[in-house]
Design a protein around this ligand. Structure first.
Ligand SMILES: C[S@@+](CC[C@H](N)C(=O)[O-])C[C@H]1O[C@@H](n2cnc3c(N)ncnc32)[C@H](O)[C@@H]1O
Length: 264
């Protein structure tokens, strides 16, 4: 590995770590509340799909205790591999292409995973197949169309620039075939796939340091693509990042839709 490759890898890793941290701060409280409401307890068997970072898996493990099980899967398990000790089992697994890692789970949870897979409906069917009768599925995805502004209070030039860049980001993702309106479809899909007692809710954090952290890391990740696609200039991106650092803009995260249901 050259110095440059190593450096890029480091940047990539610290950016991924900052992204997982911001996602955890913004969305874990809501996710955990839903799972608490399902009645999670000792002995439960859980499948955390596309586990990503390190926050949810240890929490689930504590809840299910030594008699339970938490299977944490991802195509890239590098962030969770050190957690692999009973009741946690870590597996490299592609939810869109492989059979589920077991059956009769009490809970299957996937947050921000379906929008990354080429065939989200196949992935959903696989998750439902893995549930025991009466088991719960909780899937969570953002929906940029529900609230497309990063600064809903567009009160000045900084906020206008932020919203222009957010619009460019939406067009960039849509142009790549990424479904930016996935969240709203989740309850219907869960019903169509046979789940009962389907419900959904939306969480929309705003004006918190984690919103700013997530925006910075997202813009940095997409910087080259936004410029190449002609949606932003290098200068505009630098200005936006500097504006975020000042800390006076009320930034919003993309709304997260959580949908859940039970297998009959
Ligand atoms: C945006 S991150 C979300 C991580 C975590 N679920 C969270 O909410 O913090 C998306 C995760 O999905 C994983 N992923 C992407 N495609 C996948 C697939 N086909 N099967 C399993 N995991 C996948 C990625 O490796 C990444 O860890």
């Amino acid at each position: 590995m050259t110095l440059t490759e190593g450096h890029l890898l480091e940047i990539g890793q610290s950016s991924a770590s900052a992204r997982f941290d911001a996602l955890a701060t913004l969305f874990d409280p809501m996710t955990l509340r839903h799972i608490e409401d399902f009645g999670i307890g000792l002995g439960w068997r859980c499948w955390e799909v596309g586990a990503g970072g390190r926050s949810l898996v240890p929490w689930l493990a504590k809840k299910v205790g030594p008699t339970g099980k938490v299977v944490a899967t991802d195509v890239d398990t590098s962030w969770v591999t050190t957690l692999a000790r009973p009741p946690i089992e870590v597996r490299v697994h592609d939810v869109a292409a492989q059979e589920p890692p077991g059956e009769r789970f009490d809970l299957v949870h996937a947050r921000l995973v379906l929008s990354h897979v080429p065939d989200p409906e196949r992935a959903l069917r696989s998750m439902i197949k893995a549930l025991r009768p009466g088991g719960r599925l909780l899937v969570e995805e953002t929906d940029l169309g529900l609230q497309p502004l990063v600064c809903p209070d567009e009160c000045g030039p900084e906020e206008q620039l932020a919203n222009r860049l957010r619009k460019g980001m939406g067009r960039l993702l849509a142009g790549r075939g990424i479904d930016v309106a996935h969240g709203r479809r989740l309850p219907r899909l869960l019903r169509e796939f046979g789940l009962r007692r389907v419900e959904a809710g939306t969480h929309f954090p705003m004006a918190t340091p984690a919103c700013a952290a997530l925006e910075s890391v997202t813009i940095e990740r997409l910087r080259d693509q936004l410029i190449a696609a002609g949606y932003a200039s290098e200068r505009a991106i630098d200005r936006h990042l500097a504006n975020i650092a000042v800390g006076t803009m009320d930034l919003a995260a993309v709304p997260m839709v959580s949908a859940w249901g039970r297998k009959p």
